[in-house]
Ligand binder design. Structure first.
Ligand code: NAD
Length: 435
């Protein structure tokens, strides 16, 4: 099939590339001239394992085209996927749909031929209906509108695209399911479920899924607080609970507040959808609240560990992205912790495998180190913020070269017992005291 994918971010670029890899001709469109220029010179704008190789393979085969010319891409395609951002509006929970509607209008102005518009972006319930209204106003009844939300995870995006647990398609016209069933046939033939529902149903499934996962994370994080006070290991609780197949073991790892480009904005988005339909989603509201508290709890704990004289102390941050295998910084806990430490007069050296971050360029006394040893050298406190593999077996004494230092492990990568034996002052999440 011939596809147009609008937006070459984490979702659009991965989906577009993977669709081309299963034999479709894909026009990937972005309004950012720099992104398209880089992509045409073989440089991916994002870090995602395996993506560069896949882009190059399909680009060379002529199945993957990068362009800023939306009109031409739409005219040459049968299906148009909208993969633009849907961030929160400033100072409210509501979803900013301006990128969606701008893209829709551009598509509508590009062709009078029959085509399908699909929202792959996460959009509130009723957005498909609103898109239809816009198209009607523009006298464009040549477009059908489908919802096909994306569930891929950054860092595992290619595998998730190829082997999704389910493909959710929402359409109010039954005959359109056939088109999508044949597009996704290479994935369903390998066992992925193809789930058909109404357009509004598909839109809500995405928010419901993300809010439920965020709830699991907040739940285990709150229990970790209880474990710390009651001398119990949170890992035992997660294992004991998670072995119940009705609960499941995933998303039960205590750690920092949930972050990233989806959970924070989608939990807020779901609350605002509830508001629109006059439904009080009190559980989701308290999850958002609990997550906010978690950020300040972990930040205050940093001060407790290092002591009130934080001024001029050296803090090493290992990893700053919200999770490993991605360069995405959106809503990462480090965005609160690092500026806080800097405001208190500490010197922060951070290292992240995906390189220096623009978010910290203007933060006082905050420097990027190009490797773990440089970041840790002479530190008073080492904070393990992100669970990258390269942080899992470090020789802290060799790296830090300081008589006295603490390790604050937000990911429980080490055991309290091994650190106790090594005489390293170690603080982790939700664990019993070892002495
Ligand atoms: P992103 O910010 O990484 O990328 C969006 C891209 O769209 C940008 O490159 C931007 O330049 C481009 N764009 C915006 N308007 C455009 C226009 N009119 N024409 C051409 N290009 C345009 O966003 P993302 O993280 O890929 O997320 C996209 C959507 O997918 C969001 O709704 C998000 O909630 C959802 N989603 C994201 C993830 C994820 O892990 N990032 C997973 C599932 C779903």
């Amino acid at each position: 099939m011939k596809l147009c994918v609008i937006g070459t971010g984490y979702v659009g670029l991965v989906s577009g590339t993977c669709f081309s890899d299963i034999g479709n001709k894909v026009y990937c469109v972005d309004k950012s001239i720099d992104k398209i220029k880089n992509l045409n010179s073989g440089i991916s704008p994002i870090y995602e394992p395996g993506l560069n190789e896949l882009i190059q393979k399909n680009y060379k085969a002529g199945r993957l085209i990068f362009t800023t010319n939306l009109k031409n891409a739409v005219q040459n395609s049968d299906i148009i996927f909208i993969c633009v951002g849907t961030p929160s509006k400033k100072n409210t929970d509501a979803v900013n749909l301006s990128y969606i509607f701008k893209a829709v209008k551009e598509v509508a102005n590009s062709s009078k031929k029959k085509k399908i518009i699909i929202t792959k972006s996460t959009v509130p319930v009723g957005t498909g209906d609103e898109i239809e209204k816009v198209l009607k106003k523009m006298k464009r009844n040549n477009f059908d509108v489908i919802s096909n939300p994306e569930f891929l995870r950054e860092g595992e995006a290619i595998r998730d695209f190829r082997y999704p647990d389910r493909i959710v398609v929402g359409s109010n016209k039954k005959k359109l399911f056939n088109v999508l069933q044949s597009l996704y046939q290479p994935l369903t033939s390998k066992g992925s479920k193809f789930f058909k529902t109404s357009r509004r149903g598909a839109e809500l499934i995405k928010y419901a899924s993300n809010a439920f996962l965020a709830t699991k994370i907040s739940f285990i994080n709150e229990l970790a607080n209880l474990c710390e006070k009651s001398n119990i290991n949170i890992e035992d609780i997660a294992l004991g609970m998670g072995s119940d197949s009705r609960i499941g073991s995933r998303f039960l790892r205590a750690g920092p507040a949930y972050g990233g480009s989806c959970f924070p904005k989608d939990t807020k988005g779901l609350v605002s959808i509830g508001k629109k339909f006059q439904i009080d989603l009190s559980i989701v509201k308290s999850v958002i609240n609990s997550n906010h508290k978690r950020i300040s709890l972990l930040t205050n704990r940093m001060i407790k560990i290092i002591g009130p004289n934080i001024k001029n102390k050296k803090i090493a941050f290992l990893g700053v992205t919200f999770k490993p295998n991605t360069d995405d910084m959106r809503d990462s806990t480090s965005l609160s912790m690092i500026p806080f430490a800097s405001r208190k007069g500490a010197f922060v050296n951070y290292y992240d495998p995906t390189g220096e971050k623009k978010e910290f360029k203007k933060i006082k006394n905050c420097k990027y180190s190009s490797n773990i040893a440089k970041a840790c050298n002479k530190a008073d406190l080492v904070i393990i913020h992100t669970e990258w593999d390269e942080f899992k077996s470090l020789d802290f004494k060799k790296l830090v070269k300081n008589k006295k230092f603490d390790v604050y492990d937000l990911r429980n990568l080490y055991t309290s017992e091994e650190m106790f034996k090594k005489k390293i002052k170690y603080h982790s999440i939700g664990r019993a005291t070892v002495n």
